[in-house]
Ligand binder design. Structure first.
Ligand code: KIV
Length: 262
């Protein structure tokens, strides 16, 4: 049975860490789901990691929907959340309602995620939630703001730390069901986690969050470059390279395929 949003909230109350990973296509989503991950994010990192864009900005709603459909065909257990790509929600709350509504209508996902905690985003979150669309927030480093923010750790100064905490509280007030904390100091993540009632899920935010998320290509060693905070649990680039090299060698040496059995 698929994990519900209510059971995700219960994880915080019961101090059971939430395990989350990104996925963008059928085969990996299936393996990740069968391995028992709680939440699968069809993140807009899709644009960079799987589609080769320079940043997440060019990704379209149609592209993420295409991938979210493949993921949802694979998943039996995990909660599926889909990112709203850049400029599919910032223009107005009605644009956000149309984008998020389409995602929920056609992909089988249970929620959407959007970035930022400034007042316009908070107002949009409130409208989505009132329309029955579960929303996950995302504060700290927000990659859709790369041109103004870069990929630097956020919230290092006391003023910016207070601002991020205030954004987290405002998003909670607007009705988010969970909050991604990306690349902020761990003492700030701890403060936010202790202050808000919704589960926090950290990435590069230290150990004091209610859960942790990684980009699956980073975890599996498939990414070309690795963020400093993402450990490699496998080196699939090396595994794939060795398998392809071996196959090439066998074809060139006429060892593959072997003699037909007749
Ligand atoms: O798009 C993504 O993969 C994300 C994670 C980094 C949380 O937003």
């Amino acid at each position: 049975m698929a994990l519900s949003i209510a059971s995700l909230t219960a994880r915080k109350q019961n101090h059971q860490p939430i395990v989350a990973l990104t996925a963008w296509e059928y085969a990996t989503a299936q393996v990740i789901d069968r391995a028992g991950v709680d939440l699968i994010l069809v993140g807009d990192s899709l644009g960079m990691v799987a589609l080769g864009y320079k940043n997440t900005l060019p990704l379209t709603l149609e592209e993420i929907i295409h991938h979210a459909k493949a993921v949802s065909r694979a998943v039996n257990h995990a909660l599926i959340v889909v990112d709203l790509p850049f400029m599919t929600y910032q223009a107005s709350a009605s644009q956000a309602l149309r984008s998020a509504g389409k995602i929920l209508k056609v992909t089988n996902a249970q929620g959407v995620k959007l970035e930022g905690g400034y007042p316009e985003v908070v107002a949009t979150v409130q409208k989505l939630v009132r329309a029955g669309i579960p929303v996950m927030g995302h504060v700290g480093l927000t990659p859709q703001s790369v041109h103004s923010m870069g990929y630097r750790m956020q919230g290092k100064s006391p003023e910016l730390a207070e601002q991020i905490l205030a954004e987290a509280l405002a998003l909670e007030g607007a009705g988010i069901f969970a909050l991604i904390l990306e690349h902020i100091p761990s003492d700030l993540a701890k403060r936010i986690t202790e202050t808000v009632t919704v589960p926090t899920i950290g990435i590069g935010a230290g150990p004091f969050c209610d859960g942790q998320i990684l980009v699956s290509h980073d975890l599996l060693g498939l990414s070309e470059t690795q963020p400093p905070f993402a450990p490699k649990y496998a080196d699939l680039r090396a595994v794939i390279r060795d398998a392809v090299t071996q196959f090439s060698q066998d074809v060139r040496d006429q060892k593959f395929p072997g003699m037909p059995h007749n």
